[in-house]
Design a protein around this ligand. Structure first.
Ligand code: A3P
Length: 325
């Protein structure tokens, strides 16, 4: 297995050389691969791994998101929903383990040290839960046809831009000047953002959700904020774990929402001081994944002119798709 993986990466540097380069948000340039902008050292490697080596199981559940669309929140929600009969809410693993550690990144499987150190978790209990930022079009066909379930979370593009810009600046090495909002805006609009163009990423899952409604659930971050009870019940039903009448009466849905709420998760010690290890080189403080968790914070950052431009791009990109923000 490891030899086959090594073979995939043998000509990796040559491949990167052939790809179009775009400006990076942190240190590295992004490269355009099969229509999407990826960081070569992590995302591209991850996509190559998934395309060539990942073996989906029909029971697999994927949380598929663009960056900054609510991955952390939905990781917690899905984990708590799927495992609700295994744990009590007072001693729940989410209280001591960051949502990321309960629910691994599919793409993280690329790292050999991860593969070796987690060799036992190659066979985690079924259904396996994975998070991924990989666009639908870049996933191997076997994942779409094997019956796996995808939960896609999308978010209003202006909030995604602001949240991404602030997040990336936290990760930028201190010796580099911060990325200005103007630069971030330009790059985002041109589609040169991690796993972007953002709109193409969203549309891939949107179309798949229309074509395969039993396999792809499409949820907006804003809708979950507005009607959490309704959407969590819908999510549980989609995942094959509908809440029973008894559970509803006992307030289990509310308990899960409370456990996974921004206020609760962001104030836990593990999320205030813990660190997420993506790979042997990439570490991110858990607290960076919790900023405000609100809808419409873009109003505090974007000018009227940028709002107009971004809204126009969104309208143009989504035209005829039936999707609106
Ligand atoms: P903001 O920067 O707008 O606050 P991701 O998890 O995909 O990286 O997305 C991060 C965004 O989700 C951040 O948005 C973060 O604050 C918000 N978020 C994290 N946990 C949340 C929760 N439990 N409820 C709502 N939003 C949450």
């Amino acid at each position: 297995e490891i030899e086959a993986i090594e073979k995939t990466y043998e000509k990796f540097d040559d491949l990167v050389e052939t790809l179009k380069k775009g400006k990076g948000w942190m240190t590295e340039h992004l490269v355009q691969f099969q229509g999407f902008w990826l960081s070569p050292s992590s995302a591209l490697k991850g996509v190559l791994f998934v395309q060539n080596h990942f073996k989906p199981q029909p029971s697999d559940i994927f949380l598929a998101t663009s960056v900054k669309c609510g991955t952390t929140w939905f990781r917690a929600l899905i984990y708590a929903t799927m495992n609700r009969s295994n744990y009590s809410f007072n001693t729940h693993p989410l209280l001591y383990t960051g949502p990321h550690d309960c629910f691994p990144f599919l793409d993280a499987f690329i790292y050999q040290d991860y593969l070796i150190s987690h060799s036992t978790s190659n066979n985690p209990p079924s259904p396996r839960l994975f998070a991924t930022h990989i666009p639908y079009e870049l996933l191997p066909k076997s994942m779409a046809t094997s019956g796996c379930k995808f939960v896609h979370i999308c978010r209003e593009p202006k909030d995604v831009l602001v949240s991404t810009w602030l997040f990336m600046n936290k990760l930028r090495p201190k010796h580099l000047p911060p990325l200005s909002l103007d630069e971030a805006f330009q790059m985002f609009c041109e589609g040169v953002s991690h796993y972007g163009p953002y709109w193409d990423h969203v549309l891939g899952y949107w179309k798949a959700s229309l074509e395969f409604p039993d396999n792809v659930l499409f949820i907006k971050y804003e809708d979950m904020k507005k009607e959490p009870l309704f959407h969590l019940k819908k999510l549980a039903l989609f995942l094959g774990k509908p809440f029973t009448e008894k559970e509803e009466k006992e307030g289990v849905v509310q308990e899960i929402l409370k456990l996974c709420s921004f206020d609760n998760l962001s104030n836990l010690e593990v999320n205030k001081t813990g660190i997420l290890r993506y790979s042997s080189q990439i570490f991110v403080n858990n607290c960076y994944f919790f900023r405000k968790g609100e809808v419409g914070d873009w109003q505090n950052y974007l000018t009227d002119e940028t709002v107009k431009q971004l809204d126009l791009i969104t309208k143009h990109k989504l035209k005829g798709s039936g999707l609106t923000f």
